[in-house]
Ligand binder design. Structure first.
Ligand code: FNR
Length: 367
């Protein structure tokens, strides 16, 4: 019934298998987006409004797709972004992603709401493998401070503060499936959760909706990790983030799970980079994008526009849920193979060669 792993030729293939084999509640939690899922679909579709302007007769025998993100060297410019509740998809949870990331020298962002404990996920890393922490800020700042200090002590190299979720979006598929099982070992703020609202809402009641720009100096005072705002959705806020002295932003709408009809990260990126360059600020902050990245051509488009790297969420969850470690391993290898080929085909041998002149963004900018 289940196709062999070798029959998965791209990241969408994993999704199709996962849909067949996953438990209904787990599938509902991973796959759902907010409301009518318009933003979720657009995240992927927006990439198709960008076309390449490939260069020919470039010597592309040797391709080097390695890069740095927040000072960390990695093999390829994507990272495993934070996604909650890994054990819904696989009995071992997030450590499966840790092991796959190790094999490919890819960075992993650890979610606050992981199914495994934070320490289990850190213990699963090997050697100089790099991890970042995704932070949901607790109403009780003493708890948040403890989490941040512990993460720094355990070697995390970046603090990604999620800023697009003062309240969890309504993911109706998830709500309908009446979450009951594998998330129950996740520690939530006060333990008194209303399960009728679905997995997401059941575990997120501790998140502080009062979080604001005024809190940024405090975060800077409690950690030396780079601070990155995850979920920035407009140019003005990127500029404000530079002024606030943060080290990076992730242009993201949370995989279309929060504000319905929020813009896709790649569209915001096309506006953000010119505004940063105009001010000479593009070296003051690292810009990341996530949402709907499924192909190396998507990664290339984001990098040509000026992103340092892209986050990928659901595809690795689906690969893990369907095939475990080997599935995630293959998903990452497929992206590497696609990336190498497509860099050759657009006439770029190194990440530094990627620039806006390799793109035709007219259709994107026209809407
Ligand atoms: C997420 N995302 C997320 N983000 C975050 O900051 N904290 C979290 O706990 C989660 N949890 C989570 C669970 C699941 C199941 C998904 C699909 C997503 C958002 C995630 O980091 C990222 O923004 C999107 O997943 C990117 O979109 P794609 O790659 O899934 O299309």
């Amino acid at each position: 019934r289940m196709p062999p792993l070798a029959a998965c030729y791209n990241l969408m293939d994993f999704e199709a298998v996962a849909r067949q084999v996953m438990k209904k509640t787990a599938w509902a939690y991973y796959s759902s987006g907010a409301d009518d899922e318009i933003t979720m679909r657009e995240n992927h579709a927006a990439f198709h409004k960008i076309w390449f302007r490939p260069r020919i007769l470039v010597d592309v025998e040797h391709i080097d797709m390695s890069t740095t993100m927040l000072g960390t060297k990695c093999d390829i410019p994507f990272y495993v972004t934070a996604t909650a509740l890994g054990k819904l998809g696989h009995a071992e949870g997030e450590v499966v992603l840790t092991r796959a990331a190790r094999r490919h020298n890819v960075v992993q962002m650890i979610p606050t709401l992981a199914s495994c404990s934070f320490d289990e996920i850190v213990d699963a890393k090997e050697g100089d493998q790099v991890q970042w922490l995704q932070l949901y800020v607790n109403k009780d700042r003493a708890i948040t401070k403890k989490i941040v200090e512990h993460a720094e002590k355990r070697g995390c190299k970046g603090l990604f503060i999620t800023v697009d979720a003062p309240q969890l979006g309504r993911r109706e598929k998830d709500m309908r499936s009446k979450f009951s099982d594998a998330g129950s070992d996740v520690q939530s703020g006060d333990g008194s959760v209303d399960r009728s609202q679905g997995a997401a809402r059941a575990i997120s009641s501790f998140i502080d909706p009062a979080l604001s720009w005024k809190d940024i100096p405090w975060f800077k005072s409690i950690t030396r990790m780079p601070i990155i705002l995850k979920g920035v959705q407009r140019v003005e806020d990127v500029l404000r983030a530079v002024e606030a002295g943060v080290d990076g932003v992730v242009l993201s709408n949370h995989g279309g799970r929060q504000l319905e009809t929020a813009p896709s990260g790649i569209e915001v990126l096309a506006e953000v980079m010119p505004a940063l360059r105009e001010r000479g600020w593009d070296k003051r902050i690292e810009v990341f994008v996530d949402g709907g990245v499924r192909r190396a051509t998507d990664i290339l488009k984001a990098l040509c526009l000026g992103a340092k790297g892209v986050g990928i969420g659901r595809p690795f969850l689906y690969a893990m849920s369907a095939y475990g470690l080997e599935g995630v391993d293959r998903a990452m290898q497929l992206l590497k193979d696609e990336m190498e080929m497509n860099m050759r085909l657009i006439g770029a041998t190194r990440v530094e060669d990627l620039n806006p002149s390799l793109l035709d963004t007219r259709a994107l900018l026209a809407g």
